[in-house]
Design a protein around this ligand. Structure first.
Ligand SMILES: [Zn+2]
Length: 285
């Protein structure tokens, strides 16, 4: 599943192609979107802003409607010049937004809805900018309070709760824990306020570093590799622990562990020596 950094970069690219420009065409295979467009034609309206909120991507139209999409595992947005050949079959097309310069195509986007302003404000699943790690409006102190409220849960699970911090996915989860020296299986109750604040700041820093203009598609947290490349054969080469089971820790040489964690059975990577459990009750992997 794409993490928040991917959606942020997609929103930025879509914004450059669509924002401030008049829509010349809109098509969708989703009846609810087509019906909305029949009632309130999007052609003739302007795309005011393209925004990412955690793993959601929002297109705000001048008529007041917002197209909210979530990629889950399968979806992607492509931007083409008019007449350019698409890189996916027509059958995968779900949404098309066109202007005179570009054609934005949402392929296999599994979740898509048109929301009026009051519906957007009430859509509980769509994070507010204050909870979005990559938003200018991110409220770090609020995120610290929300993490601390899950005191009986393991920090590795809490980092994936989108209502706590939107945008953090499974790769960043393991990386954030490593960089802060926290064992991902440690209960939040065992962490003090300062430690939790460090986790939140680190989440923000690692994710922001991955949405710089020269960021490629691969997540980079390990600075030992200077050059970012978009066609990385082994994505874990630029990470501290994720995907590096049994390989030596980049900091201490200990073998990296891997274990399934939490109610959603997500895979977690960590170093036993750099990230000890408080009290020495180690989890093995
Ligand atoms: Zn280590």
């Amino acid at each position: 599943m794409p993490e928040g950094d991917t959606i942020f970069r997609t929103a930025r690219a879509l914004g450059r192609a669509l924002a401030g420009k008049q829509v010349t065409g809109f098509r969708s295979t989703y009846p609810l979107l087509t019906r909305f467009n029949d009632d309130t034609p999007l052609a003739g309206q302007t795309v005011e802003q393209v925004e990412s909120r955690g793993k959601w991507l929002l297109l705000h139209f001048s008529g007041g409607g917002t197209l909210a999409t979530h990629m889950l595992m399968s979806g992607s947005w492509h931007i083409y010049r008019p007449g350019e050949r698409w890189q996916q079959p027509r059958a995968n097309m779900r949404i098309v937004v066109e202007n005179s310069d570009y054609c934005a195509v949402g392929f296999r986007v599994p979740v898509a809805k048109m929301l009026k302003p009051h519906e957007l404000a009430r859509a509980l699943k769509i994070p507010s900018p204050a909870t979005d790690v990559l938003s200018e409006a991110f409220d770090a102190a609020g995120a610290v309070r929300r993490v601390l409220a899950h005191r009986d849960e393991e920090i590795g699970d809490v980092l994936l709760h989108q209502e706590v911090m939107a945008g953090v996915g499974n790769v960043f989860k393991s990386e954030i824990c490593f960089v802060t020296g926290i064992n991902p299986f440690c209960k939040v109750a065992a962490l003090d306020l300062e430690k939790v604040a460090t986790v939140v700041v680190t989440a923000q820093e690692l994710m922001k570093a991955n949405v710089l203009e020269d960021s490629g598609d691969a997540i980079v947290t390990y600075a030992g590799r200077k050059r970012r490349t978009t066609n990385e054969l082994d994505p874990s080469a630029s990470l501290w622990v994720y995907g590096r089971r049994d390989e030596p820790c980049r900091q201490c040489g200990e073998r990296i562990r891997r274990r399934i964690q939490g109610p959603d059975a997500r895979v977690t990577f960590w170093c036993q020596r750099c990230q000890p459990m408080p009290g020495g009750t180690d989890v093995d992997g």
